[in-house]
Design a protein around this ligand. Structure first.
Ligand code: KIV
Length: 276
């Protein structure tokens, strides 16, 4: 599958990297073709996040997401993108054991979806893996701070890097950049730490609850559209309330059906001639 659509050329990981310190990088998640088409109208980068497990599949966390799920959703998203750079998450247990395991998973994602890069979670302990992938032709986006795949060792979806713990997260981000990551996601860290890491790193930081100094921002699209009600991170601004709009539409439909106000075939199919 080609990473280039018929309609245009997608931004590349190198072009995203070159935006360091420049125009902020706009990023949203997408998991399906129609939503990818919408995100593509304004985004520089679209992430097929493993948040798909919670948002679309009703899982309690991201740990049950499989490589097959990521590939299926990745293929769907690729059909909807013409301009945005496409990154797919490596799911839990598909890459942590060794650089070789990570290469096997990432190679499948790249070959079977048309993604231009993969994202993986973890800091200094993943640097060797990042270098292994990058030197073998697979661009990597890092992810430090709150890493949801580690929710059980972190003890919840809490702010990371307060006080002295910030030094470790800064070192994690640095190690990923030195290993060749083209960008690093900073999730749920104090604004001051987000700024410090952004100023120190030679590659863009993409923040999610990490303050305004980051080189870009990513949000889960269903969160910012008001479609995902199960869990609402405090840092998410809702730009629409599509969940409420959809509930009102379903209620209006149910009322009409109960009142037997179905459209009459003679009226609907009038331009097709006689109905039977
Ligand atoms: O899975 C995901 O959607 C993510 C982003 C929120 C950064 O990793």
């Amino acid at each position: 599958m080609s990473a280039q659509s018929e309609a245009g050329r997608r931004l590349t990981p190198s072009e995203i990297r070159a935006r360091k310190g420049g125009q902020p990088i706009v990023c949203l998640t997408a998991y399906t073709t129609p939503v990818a088409r919408i995100a593509d109208t304004a985004c520089d980068l679209v992430l097929v996040g493993d948040s798909v497990g919670m948002v679309l599949h009703g899982l309690p966390d991201t740990l049950g997401v499989t490589l097959e799920m990521m590939i299926l959703h990745g293929r769907a998203v690729a059909r909807g993108l013409a301009r945005a750079c496409m990154v797919v998450d490596l799911p839990f247990a598909s890459y942590e054991a060794s650089p070789q395991q990570a290469f096997a998973a990432a190679a499948r994602v790249m070959a079977e979806t048309g993604a231009q890069a993969v994202k993986l979670e973890g800091g200094q302990h993943m640097a060797e893996t990042v270098a292994f992938l990058v030197t073998r032709g697979i661009p990597v986006m890092g992810h430090v701070g709150l890493t949801p795949q580690a929710v059980n060792t972190l003890g919840g979806y809490k702010v990371q890097g307060r006080g002295a713990a910030g030094e470790r997260i800064a070192a994690d981000a640095r190690a990923l950049a030195e290993a060749g990551a083209f960008a690093v996601v900073l999730e749920k860290v104090p604004e001051g730490l987000g700024r410090r890491i952004t100023e120190a790193l030679p590659v863009p930081t993409i923040g999610i609850g990490a303050g305004a100094a980051c080189d870009g921002q990513v949000l889960v699209i269903d969160d910012m559209l008001g479609l995902f009600a199960a869990f609402r991170p405090k840092f998410v601004k809702r730009y629409a309330e599509l969940g409420r709009t959809a509930e009102a539409a379903v209620a209006a439909y149910a009322e009409e059906v109960r009142a037997r106000r179905f459209p009459a075939p003679e009226h609907v199919f009038a331009d097709e001639g006689e109905t039977k």
